[in-house]
Design a protein around this ligand. Structure first.
Ligand code: ZN
Length: 319
C-alpha cells in the first residue's frame, strides 16, 4: 500500500551517476551465514570498489547477543493488505523473558487466538507487553486500537498489567498518535482528552544501536517501502532470525538479513513489495533459509522451493 512508488532504478542500493538499476549474481566466499551473494555492481565503477567494504559494514552483527538462550517465532498472519483468506502478516516471538509481537494487524485478538491454538501455545493479548511496529500501513498496525483499549480498560479495572511498550523508529513514532488519535483521544472516566501515553509507552528503535527486548537483541534497518518501514533481526544466544518487513527487493537489505540463519521475507507484487522472481534468483544457500510471508491470496505454494509460511507455524521448525 502507499501513495507513490520508486522506480526499478531506485532499487539499486548505491548512488549511481547513470541510474543503471542493475543487479547481478555474484557468489561471495563467506560462510553459510554470511552475506547474500546477490549484490549491486555498477558498470561505471571498478568491481573491487563496489563491494566488500560496503557489505562488511552492513552485515555487521554486534558481539552482544540477547540474554535469552533460545527464542521461538510463531507466525500469526501471512496475508497482504487485500487478503480475503488470511490475517495481516505478523508474528510473535517467545523467549524465557517474555513475548514480543511483531506488528499488530486487525482483528488482533482473533489473530493471536487462532495462531496460538494451532501451535498449542497458551497466549492472549494480556500476556504481551512488547510490540515491535515496522510501519503504519493498516494491515500492520490496525490492531493497536483494540489492543490499547483492552489493556487500558483492564488496567482501569484493577488488572495488574503494565502499559504495553511499542518499539518503533522515530518516523513511525512521530505519526503514531496521528494515526490512532481520531479513535482513541476521547476522554475516559477522568474527563480529559486521552493521549498516546494513556495506552502505550513508546520506545525508539535506532538502526545504529541494537536494543534488548524480552532478552532478545533487536536490530533494525529501514527498507524502501513507500512510507518509513523497518526490517528486523532478532538474536538470542543460539541464532538470528531475520524479518524483512515490507520492502521492494533490495540487495543491501537481503544482504543485511542474510546474517540470519532463518529469514522471514515478504513476497508480493511490486513495486512496493518483493516479486517472487527476485527471490528465486538468490543463491540456493539463502533460498533454503528464506520463509515467505505477506503473500497474495492467489500465490501458488507449489511454484517455489522456498518455504511458504502458514498461520500457526513455529520457527525454527524441527529438522
Ligand atoms: Zn506496507
Amino acid at each position: 500500500m502507499g501513495g507513490h512508488f520508486r522506480t526499478v532504478a531506485d532499487q539499486c542500493g548505491i548512488p549511481c551517476q547513470i541510474g543503471c538499476g542493475l543487479s547481478i549474481i555474484r557468489p561471495m566466499l563467506r560462510g553459510s551465514c554470511g552475506p547474500v551473494a546477490r549484490r549491486p555492481v555498477h558498470r561505471d565503477a571498478p568491481e573491487s570498489r563496489s563491494s566488500d567494504m560496503l557489505f562488511t559494514s552492513r552485515t555487521h552483527v554486534s558481539p552482544n547477543p540477547g540474554t535469552v538462550r533460545t527464542m521461538e517465532l510463531l507466525i500469526l498472519g501471512v496475508g497482504d493488505a487485500f487478503t480475503r483468506k488470511h490475517f495481516g502478516s505478523s508474528g510473535l516471538l517467545r523467549s524465557d523473558s517474555g513475548l514480543v509481537l511483531i506488528d499488530c494487524p486487525d482483528p488482533i485478538h482473533r489473530v493471536i487466538a487462532e495462531a496460538s491454538r494451532r501451535a498449542g501455545w497458551q497466549v492472549d493479548a494480556h500476556d504481551i507487553h512488547d510490540i515491535v511496529l515496522t510501519h503504519l500501513h493498516g494491515d500492520h498496525c490496525n490492531g493497536l486500537e483494540s489492543f490499547g483499549f483492552l489493556r487500558r480498560m483492564t488496567r482501569a479495572q484493577g488488572g495488574d498489567l503494565p502499559l504495553p511498550r511499542i518499539h518503533c523508529p522515530q518516523p513511525v513514532a512521530d505519526r503514531l498518535w496521528e494515526r490512532l488519535a481520531p479513535a482513541m483521544d476521547s476522554p475516559m472516566a477522568d474527563g480529559r482528552r486521552s493521549t498516546l501515553a494513556d495506552y502505550f509507552e513508546v520506545q525508539l528503535l535506532d538502526p545504529d544501536e541494537p536494543r534488548e527486548i524480552a532478552g532478545i537483541e533487536v536490530s533494525c534497518r529501514f527498507t524502501r517501502h513507500p512510507i518509513p518501514t523497518i526490517g528486523l533481526r532478532f538474536r538470542d544466544q543460539e541464532r538470528i532470525i531475520g524479518w524483512s518487513g515490507d520492502t521492494p527487493f533490495e540487495g543491501d537489505h537481503v544482504d543485511w538479513l542474510s546474517a540470519a540463519g532463518l529469514v522471514v521475507h515478504e513476497c508480493n507484487r511490486g513495486p512496493a513489495h518483493t516479486p517472487i522472481e527476485e527471490l528465486e534468483d538468490l543463491p540456493q544457500d539463502l533460498r533454503r533459509r528464506i520463509h515467505l510471508i505477506h503473500l497474495p491470496d492467489d500465490f501458488d505454494p507449489t511454484s517455489t522451493s522456498m518455504h511458504v509460511l502458514r498461520p500457526g507455524d513455529v520457527l525454527p521448525q524441527p529438522n
